[in-house]
Design a protein around this ligand. Structure first.
Ligand code: 5GP
Length: 179
């Protein structure tokens, strides 16, 4: 697996440091409020697990699963809902926890979906952001690390289902997808 990596783009140390800061901010901003963290599967589960342990206020959590990529490295632009949340979010504050914002289509779709269910607020927290790729305007309330327009793997992110278990955010060697 190590031979498939081109370079480490964001190390686990840099990620951890940023996640500590985000956890602190979220804990302050939502103190005394009813907060639900919604992790976006599959990629967002690693970030959610790290982030929630840096949050010092009581939180509820759930997962939603969407797919927009298939097995390719380019988005299809179509967001397909695979698994919905089980929690009723009416009267609660929702924070969507995502691995990476690319075109913004997934989060725009999820924000609109949650807003139809009567929450007090719906905000967004992402580990990684590729702003140069944005197709729709979307406010990111809590941003981890900005990255360039490169296809990345690791820290929950996959290529064809693999590499999610790499602890750092890496670029994939072109030989892997050229073969
Ligand atoms: P968006 O809807 O913002 O275009 O894309 C969101 C999702 O596409 C991310 O949550 C992520 O799962 C996937 N994605 C976007 N860029 C990359 C990338 O560079 N690598 C991987 N593995 N997935 C990506």
């Amino acid at each position: 697996m190590q031979g498939d990596i081109e370079e480490i783009l964001v190390s686990r140390e840099v990620l951890n440091e940023r996640i500590r800061e985000l956890g602190k901010r979220i804990s302050q901003d939502y103190a005394g409020k009813d907060l639900v963290l919604v992790g976006v599967l599959k990629g967002g589960f690693v970030f959610l697990a790290d982030l929630m342990r840096e949050i010092t206020i009581p939180v509820d959590m759930d997962f939603i699963s969407v797919s927009s990529y298939g097995n390719s490295t380019k988005t299809s632009g179509i967001v397909r809902l695979i698994k919905d949340i089980d929690i009723n979010i009416a009267g609660k504050h929702v924070l969507i926890v995502e691995d990476l914002v690319d075109t913004g289509l997934t989060l725009k779709h999820l924000k609109e979906l949650f807003n139809t269910r009567g929450p007090l607020s719906v905000k967004i927290c992402t580990a990684l952001d590729k702003p140069s790729r944005r197709k729709v305007e979307i406010d990111i309330d809590y941003e981890g690390i900005e990255i360039p327009d490169k296809f990345v793997i690791g820290y929950g992110l996959d290529y064809a289902g693999k590499y999610r278990n790499l602890p750092d955010v890496c670029t994939l060697s072109p030989k892997v997808y050229m073969d």
